[in-house]
Design a protein around this ligand. Structure first.
Ligand SMILES: Nc1ncnc2c1ncn2[C@@H]1O[C@H](COP(=O)(O)OP(=O)(O)OP(=O)(O)O)[C@@H](O)[C@H]1O
Ligand SMILES: [Mg+2]
Length: 303
């Protein structure tokens, strides 16, 4: 069958007639799949970046299960707006800054990571208020507009008073320097935020739920299929194939992409050039939940 009949992304079209080795290589560098919510989140992030400063800066919380594309989304945004440390300029500028929430809501560790991120000298003897004012002064100097905080659910791992103090700290940063906060995390991050009414009002919630047959998986699989360097159509979004892919992957985008890439690699190597149910069965894919259970059992945990 001719490759012209398939809808392909330009990058995939460019290699569709290349030898198997090149197509297999391209599969390893799995391209970004721009699904609808990803596009909406990207557009909203750009909007925050260009919005005028406000005394009540809007914030976003991107929540969802592990392996479902939260970090990938914010990383793409950050890569579009890197820290500019042009040596000929007076100072570095960074409109967007990424930081991971420490394992517990520890303000000292949080400010230290922010200062490290900006290559600022951190005096280990500084007291908390000094670290705070140093960080906020730097934010002003670099023109920071958006602070991305990944693993935001770690707030939840502190004692109630620690959680409350940390939420106060976030509110203070946002108010004091009119900075938009963008949090990413598991659903427990939402619960942690809800305990501070004032702050949670400020956060728009952007959930990334698991993929099911009802919530856009057809479009996701159609877009994913356009990236596959296979000569024939697989129709991944057909009811039975989609059902199988969602069941075996547990519905997270990370696992869906890994499974479909493994299937596409097999389709290239075997010469089948399309993914179908028998090919997927032949992969003997173990769903993530079962892998986890097997690992726990091997460590001696009981069912
Ligand atoms: N839009 C996408 N297109 C292609 N692959 C994606 C996309 N989003 C995520 N992935 C794949 O899924 C994997 C998991 O994504 P990511 O690390 O962003 O998940 P996460 O939600 O941040 O998980 P965790 O909560 O464990 O940190 C990535 O390594 C990437 O391979
Ligand atoms: Mg992540």
């Amino acid at each position: 069958m001719s490759s012209v009949e398939r809808r392909l992304t330009p990058a995939t079209q460019a290699i569709i007639d290349a030898p198997a080795s090149i197509r297999l290589e391209a599969l390893k560098a799995q391209p970004f799949v721009a699904y609808a919510t990803a596009k909406r989140i990207a557009a909203r992030l750009e909007e925050l970046l260009t919005s005028a400063k406000s005394h009540r800066p809007a914030s976003m919380l991107i929540s969802g299960p592990t392996n479902n594309g939260k970090t990938m989304l914010v990383n793409r945004f950050i890569n579009l707006h890197p820290i500019d440390d042009d040596p000929t300029a007076d100072a570095i500028t960074a409109k967007v800054l990424y930081v991971q929430m420490p394992p517990t809501p520890d303000p000292r560790q949080f400010y230290t990571s922010l200062l490290d991120r900006l290559n600022a000298p951190v005096r280990r003897t500084s007291i908390l208020s000094q670290l705070q004012s140093q960080t906020l002064r730097l934010f002003e100097a670099i023109g920071l507009k958006i602070l991305v905080i990944d693993e935001m659910h770690n707030i939840h791992s502190g004692r109630i008073e620690q959680q409350r103090a940390f939420l106060n700290l976030l509110r203070y940063i946002s108010n004091e320097r009119q900075i938009h906060l963008v949090g990413c995390g598991l659903i427990t991050a939402v619960r942690a935020l809800q305990s501070d009414e004032q702050l949670s009002n400020r956060f728009e919630h952007w959930p990334l739920p698991k993929w099911t047959s009802e919530n856009g998986s057809r479009a996701l699989l159609n877009t994913l299929e356009m990236t596959l360097p296979l000569k024939q159509e697989s129709n991944l979004s057909g009811a039975r194939l989609m059902g199988k892919i969602l069941a075996l992957s547990g519905g997270t985008i990370g696992e869906i992409v890994r499974l479909v890439s493994a299937a596409a690699a097999e389709a290239i190597q075997s010469g089948a050039e399309r993914v179908d149910l028998p090919l997927i069965d032949g992969l003997r894919w173990i769903p993530p939940d079962e892998r986890r259970r097997a690992a726990e059992l091997s460590l001696g945990y009981r069912e």
